[in-house]
Design a protein. Structure first.
Length: 439
C-alpha cells in the first residue's frame, strides 16, 4: 500500500468516525435478487443482501453474496468511490464467471435537480422522470449505460440513498437477466455501537489493503501470506463486530479464512511428503502431436504446470501462463524446461481428445505460449497429489531438479509481484540454476 493510499485511508476513516460521533451512523439495509424470465415466469437465480453505512461523508458498503460461489469476501466491502472496490455480485453462467455491478446504493443527485434534469456519471446517463412527496419523498430516475443497459431507480430526495431499483444484466451471448434491489430498513445506531463500527470499518479497510488483491478479482483463493494476515485479525474483528450490522460479514470472513487455513495446512503436509523425493517417471502426449518422456528432462530444471489449458471458459489470470511464459523465455538458455500439463477432461476421453487438443492449441496461440503442453489420463497429477482432493485448486506447480527430485510444490495461484511477476517461482529457479553452476 502506497503512502498516499495509506493517507487517504487514514483521513477517510477519521472523517467517518468524527461524522458518526457527531450525527449518529445511519445503517441502510437492502435485499436483492438476480432473476431471469423463463417461459413467461421470473426465475430467481440468486438472492443477496447489502448494507450501506452512511456517515454523511464517505459511505461504506458491505454485500452478502452467496457464501460459496459469490463475491470473495475481500472485495465484498469498501468505501464508495474511493478504493476501487464497488458493490457487485459474482455469478457463474454457462461456464464463465461474471462480475455484476449493483445499482448505486447512494446516488449523488445534482443540486437544484427537478423533473427533467439530466446528468452523467461513470458511463451512465441519468434523467429524473418523476417525483413523489410526503414522508418518503423520492425521485424516479431512468438511466442508461453507454453499452445499452437500462436501469429504473427510486432515490430518496433527502439523502440520495436507493429506495428501489431494477437493472438490466447481460451474460453469455447477450442473454438478458434482471437485478432487483429494495431498501428494507433504515436506522441510526447508538453511540457505542457507532464507535465500534467505525473502528471495525477502519480495521477491515486496513486488512483489505494489506491483502494487495486486485479490486476486480473473481477468485476466492487466498495465498498463505494473505491467510496468515487475515487469521491474525479474526479475534479483534469478531469482538468489534458482535451485535453490530457487520456481524454476519465478519462471521463469513472467519469461516472462509479458517477453511482456507485448513486447505493450506493440507497442501503444506503434501509438500513435506514430496519435496526431496524422486519424481515419478512419466510420459505425456503433446497437444501438437507426438509425445515425450520424463527421461529426456534429466539434467534440466523442470517446471510442471498443471492447469486446464482450454480456451473456454477463459478469464484472468489465465492460469498465470503469461508470467510462466516470461520465465521460460528468461531461463530456457540455462537448461530450464517448462511443461504445461493440460487437465482438461476432454483430453482424457478418446472420443473427445481431438477437441481437447484443438482448444489447448487455441489457448496457446491466444497467450503466445512457446513451451510444450502435454496431457495424459490424469495419472501424473494423481501420483503427485491433486490439490482439488483437499479443497485446493489448480494450477499446481511442481519444480524438479536436474537430478529428477521434487524441490518445489505449490497449489493455486502465486501472489504477483508487480516488478518481478512470479517472484516465488523465480527465486526457486534462480537458486537451482546457481546450484547447477556451482555458485
Amino acid at each position: 500500500m502506497t503512502c498516499f493510499r495509506a493517507l487517504i485511508l487514514f483521513v477517510s476513516s477519521l472523517i467517518f468516525v468524527i461524522a458518526a460521533q457527531a450525527d449518529g451512523l445511519k445503517v441502510l439495509r437492502f435485499s436483492g435478487a438476480l432473476s431471469q424470465q423463463t417461459r413467461g415466469e421470473s426465475q430467481i437465480l440468486r438472492r443477496f443482501e447489502a448494507l450501506l453505512l452512511d456517515d454523511g461523508a464517505v459511505p461504506f458498503f458491505a454485500v452478502l453474496d452467496d457464501e460459496r460461489d459469490g463475491c470473495p469476501w475481500p472485495e465484498s466491502f469498501g468505501q464508495m468511490a474511493l478504493n476501487g472496490v464497488t458493490p457487485h455480485l459474482i455469478y457463474n453462467y454457462d461456464g464463465s464467471t461474471y462480475t455484476l455491478p449493483l445499482p448505486s446504493l447512494a446516488l449523488d443527485v445534482p443540486d437544484g435537480a427537478a423533473v427533467g434534469s439530466e446528468w452523467s456519471v461513470g458511463g451512465w446517463s441519468y434523467e429524473i422522470t418523476g417525483t413523489s412527496s410526503g414522508d418518503n419523498a423520492a425521485w424516479t430516475i431512468e438511466s442508461r449505460e453507454r453499452r445499452g443497459r437500462r436501469q429504473s431507480m427510486s432515490v430518496s430526495r433527502e439523502s440520495g440513498s436507493l429506495v428501489m431499483a431494477t437493472q438490466d444484466v447481460f451474460m453469455g451471448q447477450g442473454v438478458r437477466f434482471e437485478l432487483n434491489m429494495k431498501q428494507t430498513s433504515s436506522a441510526t445506531l447508538e453511540d457505542d455501537i457507532s464507535d465500534r463500527v467505525g473502528q471495525l470499518r477502519s480495521d477491515l479497510l486496513t486488512l483489505q489493503a494489506a491483502l494487495k488483491r486486485r479490486p476486480d478479482t473473481q477468485r476466492s483463493e487466498l495465498s498463505p501470506r494473505q491467510v496468515g494476515d487475515s487469521k491474525s485479525q479474526l479475534t479483534s474483528l469478531t469482538t468489534l463486530a458482535a451485535d453490530t450490522p457487520l456481524q454476519e460479514s465478519v462471521l463469513r470472513i472467519r469461516r472462509n479464512v479458517e477453511q482456507q487455513a485448513r486447505r493450506i495446512s493440507q497442501t503444506m503436509n503434501r509438500q513435506k511428503q514430496l519435496v526431496g523425493r524422486a519424481s515419478p517417471e512419466f510420459s505425456l502426449n503433446l497437444i501438437g502431436g507426438g509425445d515425450f518422456s520424463s527421461t529426456s528432462l534429466r539434467g534440466k530444471v523442470v517446471v510442471l504446470h498443471f492447469w486446464k489449458y482450454a480456451e473456454k471458459p477463459l478469464s484472468e489470470p489465465y492460469g498465470q501462463v503469461g508470467y510462466l511464459e516470461f520465465l521460460y523465455n528468461r531461463y530456457k538458455q540455462m537448461k530450464v524446461e517448462v511443461i504445461g500439463v493440460a487437465m482438461n477432461p476432454l483430453l482424457q476421453q478418446s472420443e473427445t481428445v481431438r477437441l481437447g487438443q484443438r482448444t489447448a492449441r487455441k489457448l496457446a496461440e491466444f497467450m503466445n505460449l512457446s513451451y510444450q503442453i502435454g496431457y495424459d489420463d490424469g495419472s501424473l497429477l494423481r501420483e503427485l497429489g491433486d490439490p482439488r482432493d483437499s479443497d485446493g485448486q489448480l494450477p499446481l506447480w511442481v519444480v524438479l531438479s536436474p537430478e529428477g527430485k521434487i524441490i518445489h510444490y505449490h497449489s493455486g495461484f502465486y501472489e504477483i509481484d508487480r516488478q518481478q511477476g512470479l517472484k516465488e517461482l523465480d527465486e526457486v529457479l534462480v537458486a537451482q540454476i546457481r546450484e547447477a553452476d556451482g555458485n
